[in-house]
Write a protein that binds this ligand. Structure first.
Ligand code: GLN
Length: 488
């Protein structure tokens, strides 16, 4: 690996140290990343928009000035990718949908303005499944992302571009969104770290809404500490998002506390049928590492887990069907002209603008919310959601955290699951319950199976984000995998 590429694989904290000691500059980092992107994109297709050299240098010079003045914070000068369902002022934002082609937001999402205030370098926008609906990034209107770990493998989804870019050394950190696993599952499949904070800790203002009661923005990075630092930068109360919580949490506070004496539960329902043997053995080995660090590992049971997927596939499409009603060809993006009246123009725009999976979700959601079926589906799903939340609360009376695999499989082949939506939905069985209950969850690499990364998921109680990061950090430091994909 050449020196400049290995520099691109450094953690943000290591880059921070080099920036502070004058061993590199934000300008050098930004330009190295631009070069890496230019060389690597033909393999990964992780970016939908890359900022040009002038835009990067302007940001980098401002970051270098901030460092010079002694006012740098954790992310000053650090190159970051933003998933393309997060609004960026003056930079096109597509949600990987044809219907938003040509749309440029006139404002920044709160998370983006917080990154900018911190002097982070925005490299560009990350590919995803259309409107964040999918688990393989194959639902993007701009072509799939390829996992840097294998040229015929998916990166996971929906934040596939975010995870692949971090894994391939194209970005140091990426912001993703997680409605049912879209940060953690691609992080797992690409061998990087993905953190979904407690619902409400990070503002959703400017995130193109999918399932508003489930959506949460969070970081994908190379280390747990970088995830904690990013969460510190983007979190906090935002008057533009009424669900954002008025709390000051230092996400990095518990990182070095270790796990000695902690009680960690392993719910047996997560070792589901269909879990690959290589995933199971990497996961079991990771439990051994935590045990070696002094944690008490105990099997437990969360029987309602089996219903989480069904609940999700009522609630998420229901909320999506309402949220996506705003895309009518009038207010945003593309519009089909020449129809005789407004109704037909809206139908034509939505007919052409939305892809098959998005249409499937809108149909399911509209059906579940319709007058005769609301009680049978949506209301029932909300009731079961409450029970799932309570079941987790009970488990956390006994355990500090829960450990599960992040995904039942390693990265699968392109096209392997596209014909069978149910198989695709099963990719998220281990991640979806966390969103249903609004909990924090993190995926950290726990080795390889057949040469492809496996993820360990740590789940903590609501607002126990620091505990999830603490366990993941202790594991990461001890296992010390430092996975880098074969050179592209
Ligand atoms: N894969 C899940 C879905 O398709 C989750 C997506 C997400 O978290 N945005 O809905």
């Amino acid at each position: 690996m050449t020196e400049s590429i290995s520099q691109n694989y450094a953690s943000a904290r290591d880059m921070r140290a080099k920036l502070d000691s004058g061993n590199t500059t934000a300008r050098e980092l930004a330009l190295n990343h631009l070069q890496r992107i230019q060389e690597t994109e033909k393999h990964t297709n992780a970016f939908l928009t890359v900022l040009d050299e002038e835009q990067l240098v302007t940001q980098a010079d401002a970051a270098d000035a901030l460092i010079e003045s002694g006012n740098a914070s954790a992310l000053t000068g650090i190159p970051i990718l933003i998933k393309d369902n997060i609004s960026t002022d003056g930079i096109r934002t597509t949600a990987a949908s044809k219907i938003l082609d040509g749309y440029t937001p006139p404002f920044d999402a709160t998370v983006v303005s917080r990154l900018k205030d911190a002097g982070a370098i925005i490299l560009g926008k990350g590919n995803l499944d259309e409107f964040a609906m999918g688990s393989s990034n194959e639902n993007s209107a701009f072509g799939p992302v390829i996992n840097p770990w294998g040229q015929n493998r998916v990166p996971g989804g929906s934040s596939g571009g975010a995870a692949a870019a971090v894994a391939a050394g194209e970005a140091t950190i990426a912001l993703g969104s997680d409605t049912g696993g879209s940060i953690r599952q691609p992080a797992s499949l690409c061998g990087v770290v993905g953190f979904k904070p407690t619902y409400g800790t990070v503002s959703r203002y400017g995130l193109i809404a999918f399932g508003s009661s489930l959506d949460q923005i969070g970081p994908i990075a190379r280390t747990v500490a970088d995830c904690a630092d990013t969460a510190n930068t983007i979190s906090g109360r935002d008057p533009h998002d009424s669900t954002s919580l008025d709390l000051e949490i230092d996400f990095a506070e518990y990182l070095d506390r270790g796990v000695d004496g902690m009680r960690i539960g392993v719910p047996r329902e997560y070792l589901v049928e269909g879990i690959e043997p290589g995933v199971r053995s990497a996961f079991e080995a990771s439990l051994g590492v935590l045990e070696g660090l002094g944690a008490k590992i105990e099997e437990t049971s969360l029987p309602l887990t089996d219903h989480a997927l069904a609940v999700y596939y009522i609630i998420a499409p229901s909320e999506a069907s309402a949220n996506l009603a705003r895309f009518d060809g009038v207010k945003y993006g593309m519009s089909v002209d020449g129809e005789p009246n407004a109704r037909e123009s809206i139908e034509a725009t939505r007919g052409i603008g939305f892809g098959a999976e998005v249409k499937r979700r809108i149909l399911i959601g509209t059906y579940a919310l319709s007058a005769g079926y609301y009680d049978a589906y949506y209301k029932k799903a909300q009731q079961v959601r409450t029970l799932i939340r309570r079941e987790f609360q009970d488990a956390f009376q006994e355990f500090d955290a829960l450990a599960t695999p992040t995904s039942p499989t390693v990265a699968f082949e392109l096209g392997e699951k596209t014909q069978d939506p149910f198989q695709m939905y099963l990719s998220d069985v281990c991640t979806i319950p966390v969103n249903i209950a609004g909990l924090p969850g993190i995926s950290v690499s726990c080795g390889l199976s057949d040469g492809l990364p496996v993820g360990l998921q740590i789940i903590a109680p609501q607002l126990g984000d620091r505990v999830a990061l603490q366990v993941a950090h202790a594991y990461e430091q001890s296992a010390n995998w430092k996975l880098t994909p074969p050179e592209l």
